[in-house]
Design a protein. Sequence first.
Lengths: 653, 653
Amino acid sequence: MPEKRYTVRFEPDGVSIDVYREAENLLRLAMVAGVHVNASCGGAGTCGKCKVKILQGENRSAPSSKLSDADWEHGYRLACQTEVLGDLVVEVPVESRYEKDVLARKLTRATEEHVLAEARLDAEYALEKSDPAVVRYYLELSPPAEDNNVSDMGRIGHALKKEFGIPRITPDYSVLRSMSTTLRDRNWAVTATVCRTRGGHRLTRVEAGDTRDATYALAVDIGTTTIHAALLDVNTCEEVVRAADYNSQISLGEDVITRIVQALKPGGLETLQKRAVKTMNGVLSECFEKSGVTPDAVTHAVFGGNTTMTQLFLGLNPKYIREAPYVPAANFFPLFRPAELGVALPADVLGYAMPCVASYVGGDITAGVLATGIHLHPQLTLFMDVGTNGEIVIGNQDWMVSASASAGPAFEGGGVKCGMRATFGAVEQVRINRANFEPMILTIGQVKPKGICGSGMIDCLAEFQDAGVISQNGKINRELAARTPRIREGDTGWEFVLAWKDETQLDSDLVVCEPDIDNLVRTKASIYAACSVLLKSVGLHFDDLEKIIIAGGFGRYIDVEKAMTIGLLPEVKPEIVSYGGNTSLLGCRMAALYQDKVEEAETIATMITNIELSASNIYMDEYVAALFLPHTRMEEFPVRAERLKATREALMQ
Amino acid sequence: MPEKRYTVRFEPDGVSIDVYREAENLLRLAMVAGVHVNASCGGAGTCGKCKVKILQGENRSAPSSKLSDADWEHGYRLACQTEVLGDLVVEVPVESRYEKDVLARKLTRATEEHVLAEARLDAEYALEKSDPAVVRYYLELSPPAEDNNVSDMGRIGHALKKEFGIPRITPDYSVLRSMSTTLRDRNWAVTATVCRTRGGHRLTRVEAGDTRDATYALAVDIGTTTIHAALLDVNTCEEVVRAADYNSQISLGEDVITRIVQALKPGGLETLQKRAVKTMNGVLSECFEKSGVTPDAVTHAVFGGNTTMTQLFLGLNPKYIREAPYVPAANFFPLFRPAELGVALPADVLGYAMPCVASYVGGDITAGVLATGIHLHPQLTLFMDVGTNGEIVIGNQDWMVSASASAGPAFEGGGVKCGMRATFGAVEQVRINRANFEPMILTIGQVKPKGICGSGMIDCLAEFQDAGVISQNGKINRELAARTPRIREGDTGWEFVLAWKDETQLDSDLVVCEPDIDNLVRTKASIYAACSVLLKSVGLHFDDLEKIIIAGGFGRYIDVEKAMTIGLLPEVKPEIVSYGGNTSLLGCRMAALYQDKVEEAETIATMITNIELSASNIYMDEYVAALFLPHTRMEEFPVRAERLKATREALMQ
């Protein structure tokens, strides 16, 4: 054991960690200590997110353009650029802290809103009758006798065939090892758990007595940012409880690209795999605690995630997802035992991962299509899952095309100076007084603001546009600096002060600056351009869309009118737009309850043609055309064109 | 760590072991020390096999009827009945020692002799063309490109389908985890190992480059006494090398019943499982060393064993094999990964265990039928596998019945005073001078005798009978005591001295006594009665038999004429009797090389109707009738009847 050199205490958590090496990296220590510090560039010093305040102690830190002079004066350093040279007391600033409670709040709101997807589940199935791929059968066997001494396994196999029409069943070895004792426990009355697959039937568990009453399944959405799980009562088809938490992979990078980079470091894949599982175990444990259901009562689990999240969870090398021409290890995944991956479920619970379409269109999208039923109806539908990434599917019962827009994390607070996730203290709505340009802001949880979230940025930008604070190219109207102190030139260019320092939880003014706006414009442009390319690839136009479904954690907060104002969404009749909610979780839920939905999911994944935007020769043109508010082709936004004209006229007065 | 009390040294191995408990059991110590001492009753003190000589030191030992007064005087004790009270020096007598070399000798002899079974393999297949269930395919894939960016797994799947017509393949997770790197190792040239099963195709390995040249499979016969393995070159169908060793489970009991009893003790199953694997690993390691083949070149392995051996190897509770109505855990076994059982093979090598018929008719018999082709021809065939147990199959292409005779270990030297296995020093042939009753004996290895093996006992009994030394009820002719000192009344009843003490490696005369003869008579009676019951069950007689195949390690040493003389075999034309050799290993070899043989084996196991002799109402009558030399119904042995008449007349003179 090496000698201890220093101690670092992280505030306000009060977590301390011993340091054994001279000049140990502070971000690394925070990770080991389990203290969350935002870090979206993986420790490269480029994102500037891992800002911490050194309250006390000796350290050596590289200067960074991400820190203002005032920051440096106040003791702010980038954790990833700081080496520990003595006992330290470090404060993790509010913007790095997660408040898990907000997830529950979001879920409540979501439940009210995702009318569409739940509706499909309601409409297409009599909810009291499930037909899952994993089924429990109750058997009352006749005990062995001289004239009937087939093997224990043969006895179960014959009964399953005779009573339930199940042909040739293959037992798991775990069953063969325990079965003989179990059969004799309650006088040859047993419950057999059978997984029905294309390749045959598999016997995964034999329990004494009749255990059918308590039969549960799990649906798990493995998001880049959050992991959601729903515990389902297989007998009633009810969702018993739902829980969620932030994916603890976040501290190793905020987006899939950074995670892939991390995964390629020695031991990286294993670390990321374990982190996802750790978060998942917490979420599952919450489900079990809240419901009183025991893990033993679970027979199977369905997992949905984007391609990277799925590969990381399954321990598959994600390297080539990131390298052109962007090839995943696999799009279809064999059944697995989650317990072997570290998931806290009984060893014989089977897991199924939703099939993926391509490197950047994953199982969450397949699940989303399954949940929303795009593939079943004639209407031309645009499905957008806007989260950490932006995935798009356009199609109907006959065909579907998909694309992934390199949306970037702007909607999740990334690349935005005062950006943050949609948790307490995030500005989510903004109104600008047309006379004096004073803002009215509303935060999540209605507490003092500490940043602005993605939907807040859309709201803000639309309002800036309508109020004339910014022009159509996203630049702040410098002339207005004479009319309000909120418009000024700051460290990072021109900015608008949404809240003065003393009104916030921050050590500085809460601003939206031009680079923030540029970031958001690029993001919305990439999504709009992706939709445009997809439509053109099949010879259609935005006018042809009969339905738009916005899914994903972020999507549900978008104000449709505002999204059209900035040109994130095309200008369509608002009533054709609906929210899907967490369609990934919902699709997993359907696959967990209905066997035929598993096959349907595989059909969907096969049916979708993915278009690689980087290989499209019109994408760049479309993208550049969309780098305008709402768009260069104003004829696509007639209502907004009218309104902008009015704004300009008002400002002239 | 408790304090060391004593040390026990075992001679002639010179192995020492420290003793930490007062009055520790000597047999237990021998086991821990890895010193082999025969023990067929598992330590109950009833078999008398674990005789050792205490050369020095304090001990406490229970007296035993298995030890003569002279034995006791000379320091002989039953190890299982002896407690250690001081430092001991213990000599393990020669009859307890194994000499592994003899297995190689037996194999050489076997190779010459098992003409029949090898013949089938030669005749039915062009030996240079294998068609195993596990196949390697070489693929030269086109690298991913913008217009061809299916997943890595999809690329392999498409190529396998297009080039080799393999539909829908399911990869193992181990493949998914390593494949992406492997594919890019040698510019997308890979070898895919595919297992073709009824339930679909499974991808078990992907290797860089073309590895087809070195492709091997293993056939492993897990016998109660010995474990044999053959390394097969899949490309040439040749057996590259064969190796064998004594199953180290032996020290926990000589027959399957004792092993089952041991398995039911706490930790017993695990211990037995590990012991079988330990021996197997030694045998495999010998195969690899001798051939220079590396374990990486092995793609699959086929295992054959009786039901108990199979269950112990796979870690399945054998409890109910032993309890009426004798139910095995399973007769058909899913594919498994031997490495997960501890077998020293790469993790992705697949294992297949030969299907069993019933608790006492196992995968070795199924393999035997497969190897000898009984199920393919119209001739009525009797198949006898006489080893530690005696299993019988009668039938042809239309039907087959089987039974297991509780033969007991008499043929392996069990229950016979000077009995021993067929290793160096075992008497294997006996001739008696008709005038003075002096014997001429021949031992294996032609060394000084140290016991008599099973085939030696048959030889001896037949000769005793022909010479008039014993009568038809197996009793020694007391009147002859007057004509030779070799016939006398000993500690255990009347006996015949085959060799005087100073001619042997023993501390006493080498004798065959009446209880030995009784044992052998009971054994042969149970086998003959089993055949008789099987034939009667289908309305046939011994006359109807067109072919008799004797298989098993012991079978190949039987002199057919002698076996008929004692009534072990029915009196048939000697030319219809043939030796099968190790048909279990041969059947495994066929299943390893030919996919259709795997299915054929499953058909055989399903096709055979097992008859439980203990439930037969004629078995006891048949058994009692067979407790006579050669048989009570002398009309079934007309040649022997003539000869006996001549013997009696000669003795009268």
